[in-house]
Design a protein around this ligand. Structure first.
Ligand code: PLZ
Length: 433
């Protein structure tokens, strides 16, 4: 309807700029009035195709009917009691579902907090408590949040860490099996990366000092890096052999996003603790920590919690999300989205040398852009393509340690004609560039 952003959004952006600090960025400054069915509508009457899902949150679609219905009923019944003061059933139900749906048939416990970072913080607290060990091992390109501990766990300095130190102690970083950029080639990637990671753990830290290894089964903010096959299971195996708690951070990859309920399932990896958030509650703030009963039960009564953790509105939303995933078989939908997108993007890679790599699983797909004929990261091309896509009404997000990745996270309920239309806009933007 208008240029992007239109006049009303521009007016609101000016208000934002005087009321909100610049530290809070905006990927696409259109102010939203409505969203659903794979479309985001703005204050100027524009409709944008949604390839972002609010960063992998609205997997079931925005304002999904089952979520709306449950939250509306709950908001009229009671809004908050604090689960640690007087509990309610929905919290317990969400935990039962998490225990049932996450990988592994061992006995599990779950509890709820309000953000992904809080979930990861708690996983580390529990692993330290259960093992009595101090060290935490994380990976190159990892992202785990913006709190003191989780920004320390996060790899990338700018914008997440710059000027925010000193950082938390006892955090150690090891290589991630990044096939596209592995110096000796993708075929050696898994073996060498495992070897290097274990070398750092055993020679620099001492395996007996490590409480937890924390890893995203597909690195999200780091650029949708799918670790070379074999890497995850072998790291998990090393953890098991050395009494280290293996924590899978599935905050971005969880809830059907990658074509399985959780990304770990792809290689049959069973984490000791799994952290979830984002897709769990369709946009209401909720996150979960699920782990082996014998680890989770070690923490003394009252040692875990928070005022809002497992808020009743968010729990109802989560139950609505889980019903929707099941009823609409969104696990299969995610796979189908991958089957549509990957070949289209592979074909673009054949045509345009600026595309160095196409990767991802299910509805978590990315392309990495390079200087043609090299592997030199090309963030300028990403910025230009994003600008063109936004102007043409396609909401796309960026990622990557080198800022050179375009990532696609459509809601799993997106109609196929919108997916095709979005891909068409992308293709045109790359061709014009
Ligand atoms: N772990 C794997 O992807 C959040 C960050 C957006 P919170 N990713 C989106 C931004 O720039 O702040 C994330 C993640 C993984 C943890 C987190 C943190 O989750 O809910 O943002 O705290």
């Amino acid at each position: 309807m208008t240029a992007i952003p239109g006049p009303k959004s521009q007016e609101l952006l000016a208000r934002k700029q005087s009321a909100v600090p610049p530290g809070i960025g905006t990927a696409l400054p259109v102010f939203v009035t409505r969203a659903g069915g794979g479309v985001v509508q703005d204050a100027d009457g524009n409709s944008l195709i949604d390839f972002g899902s609010g960063i992998a949150v609205t997997n079931v679609g925005n304002a999904a009917p089952k979520v709306v219905e449950r939250v509306q009923k709950q908001v009229a019944d009671f809004t908050h009691t604090c689960f640690m003061v007087t509990p309610y059933e929905s919290y317990v139900r969400v935990c039962e579902k998490l225990n049932e749906l996450t990988p592994g048939d061992h006995e599990k416990r779950s509890f709820l907090v309000s953000s992904g970072a809080e979930a990861v913080e708690n996983a580390v607290k529990i692993a330290r408590h259960a093992t009595g060990r101090p060290a935490v091992v994380v990976f190159d390109h990892g992202y785990h949040g913006r709190t003191l501990l989780t920004m320390t766990l996060t790899a990338k300095n700018m914008p997440y860490k710059e000027g925010f130190g000193p950082f938390a102690p006892e955090v150690h970083r090891v290589p991630l099996a990044y096939p596209y950029r592995w110096p000796s080639g993708p075929e050696n990637c898994a073996d060498e990366a495992v070897e290097q990671a274990i070398d750092v753990i055993t020679k620099q830290i001492g395996a007996h000092n490590v409480a937890a290894v924390v890893i995203e089964p597909i690195a999200g903010e780091g650029g949708f890096i799918v670790p070379a096959r074999g890497f995850l299971p072998r790291i998990a195996e090393f953890c098991r052999a050395n009494g280290i708690v293996f924590v899978a951070d599935e905050v971005q990859t969880g809830f059907a996003r990658t074509g399985t309920m959780f990304a770990c399932e792809d290689e049959g990896v069973v984490p000791d603790i799994i952290t979830t958030a984002k897709g769990i509650a369709g946009g209401l703030p909720l996150a979960g920590i699920t782990g082996r009963a014998e680890i989770m039960d070690k923490v003394h009564a009252g040692g875990l919690g928070g005022t809002y953790g497992g808020n009743p509105l968010a729990c109802e939303a989560a139950l609505g999300v889980l019903e929707t995933i099941e009823a609409e078989d969104l696990v299969a939908r995610a796979r189908r989205i991958g089957e549509i997108m990957l070949p289209r993007l592979e074909a673009l890679k054949e045509r345009f040398e600026v595309i160095g790599d196409v990767r991802g699983r299910g509805a978590m797909i990315a392309i990495e852009l390079v200087e043609p004929g090299t592997k030199e990261p090309n963030p300028a091309a990403v910025a230009e393509i994003v600008k063109r896509c936004h102007a043409e009404g396609l909401l796309v997000l960026t990622a990557g340690t080198y800022g050179n990745v375009l990532r696609f996270l459509p809601p799993l309920v997106i109609p196929e004609h919108l997916l095709e239309e979005g891909l068409g806009i992308l293709e045109k933007a790359i061709a014009e560039l």
